[in-house]
Design a protein around this ligand. Structure first.
Ligand code: FAD
Length: 404
């Protein structure tokens, strides 16, 4: 059932937790290596994009809010005219002997805006960020600024007949499964961010980052529902990755390279040896991670948005999730904003895969970009790292309880 460990944590839910814990232990090392590869570590983002909902300042007093921009990867000022969207399979990174004056064959494709569940930055201001150099962790961003952003995000879940103000920290009664799913995705994202910031919490005296059990318990550990929502999101994102590999020649897509950089930049990539061998992806993603996740039968979305559900509901769901991704521009801290964007694009891509690839009216119009695949895999990594950290905190908590 799509109702995954709903409401209270039952014994069957504990079985689900331990099942996912084991699955996660199995894929964790490979996933960690995968996101270190060139393809998955560079994220294109516009950090200057203004908040379109209210007068938000991009201001965070802490230096931990900063994003380190990788100069090496931002060689040329990219203009929109230089971008050409690629049709699947048309793009090929030039090999050593290929001519480089026109290294790629391009073909214009229709950008199916209406099927996307998130906004993707594509402006002149975009920069490439090396995610490995900018980990998601405690930044000091908080107070009214972040509360207002979370409130706005939860309000997007208020489909007609629900009350916006009561969503934060609690769930409305009488929601249908689809609305419940929206809430769980957001709450799981919120909880996962809290796990990362407590797992790498700043010691202001030493300047070091360390796992802070107290903060973890106050934000996530004491709330079964929040823990369950992280596991729920892990099941959702992993199922979407498996599905993506069924509906798209994913390996070919990854090996075809980068659809978001210019030909000049592609040549620079090659010149700097910033490429990974095909075997790396085989070894990590196609031989290990995806087969392991394929055995995950915990989450079945085929009953969602099925017959009997108002078709307008899915359109509204998509539009509202898209709004959530736009709200990310209102996050005052650069580092938090960047990770917020990655994860909303990751969830948006997962929802697009799961809901649209089953829809006879839409499945043939589905298109994907590199950034969506990068965000999806990095979002899975965030959840996987959260689950690893939750297990570490569990040990710390048991030890703490034994000592008091
Ligand atoms: P908040 O986390 O702000 O929560 C507000 C209220 O929401 C809580 O009082 C509670 O009622 C409810 N709530 C809390 N968690 C959940 C949940 N999982 N499900 C349902 N309801 C819940 N800070 C960092 O240090 N590093 C980051 O990388 C970072 N990234 C962020 C990204 C985004 C998009 C946003 C909006 C904020 C980010 N923050 C980050 C800030 C962080 O999320 C908190 O807002 C901040 O630490 C203050 O926490 P708080 O305990 O006051 O409550």
């Amino acid at each position: 059932s799509p109702e995954f460990c709903s409401q209270e944590v039952t014994s069957s839910c504990n079985t689900t937790f331990s099942y996912i814990d084991n699955l996660n232990r199995q894929i964790r090392p490979d996933l960690k290596s995968l996101i270190e590869t060139t393809y998955f570590r560079y994220f294109k983002v516009d950090l200057e994009q203004q908040c379109k909902f209210w007068d938000a300042q991009h201001f965070c007093a802490s230096e931990n809010c900063a994003v380190e921009i990788d100069e090496e990867f931002n060689w040329t000022q990219v203009t929109n005219e230089e971008f050409k969207p690629f049709k699947l399979g048309a793009l090929k990174l030039p090999g050593k002997d290929d001519k480089v004056d026109n290294p790629i064959e391009t073909e214009e494709v229709q950008v199916c805006e209406d099927l996307d569940y998130c906004h993707i930055d594509d402006s002149h201001e975009c920069v490439y960020v090396d995610l490995q150099k900018n980990p998601e962790r405690f930044t000091g961003y908080g107070g009214n600024q972040s509360f207002d952003v979370w409130k706005a995000i939860y309000s997007e879940n208020c489909f007609p007949n629900t009350n916006p103000m009561s969503m934060i920290g609690g769930q409305q009664e009488e929601q249908c499964v689809e609305k419940n799913l929206f809430y769980r995705v957001i709450s799981g994202l919120h909880a996962s961010i809290a796990v990362h910031l407590s797992n790498e919490y700043l010691n202001s005296v030493t300047g070091e980052f360390y796992p802070n059990l107290k903060i973890f318990m106050e934000r996530v550990g004491y709330f079964n529902e929040r823990l369950a929502n992280i596991y729920f999101n892990f099941a959702l994102v992993s199922q979407s990755l498996v599905k993506l590999n069924e509906i798209l020649p994913l390996k070919e897509f990854i090996l075809s390279g980068y659809d978001d950089i210019t030909p000049v930049q592609q040549q620079q990539l090659l010149a700097n040896n910033f490429t990974d061998k095909a075997e790396v992806y085989d070894e990590l993603l196609f031989d290990d991670i995806i087969p392991a996740l394929s055995s995950n039968l915990l989450f079945n979305t085929s009953t969602l948005f099925g017959p009997g559900v108002d078709p307008n509901l899915k359109n509204e769901f998509r539009a509202r999730f898209k709004n959530v991704s736009a709200i990310m521009d209102c996050v005052g801290c650069d580092r938090c904003r960047m990770w917020g964007k990655i994860q909303t694009i990751g969830y948006g891509t997962a929802l697009k895969i799961l809901f649209e690839s089953e829809d006879p009216n839409n499945k043939d119009r589905l298109k994907f970009r590199r950034i969506e695949i990068v965000a999806l895999v990095n979002t899975l990594d965030r959840l996987s790292k959260s689950i690893e950290a939750i297990n570490n905190f569990k040990q710390m908590y048991l030890e703490h309880v034994r000592n008091v």
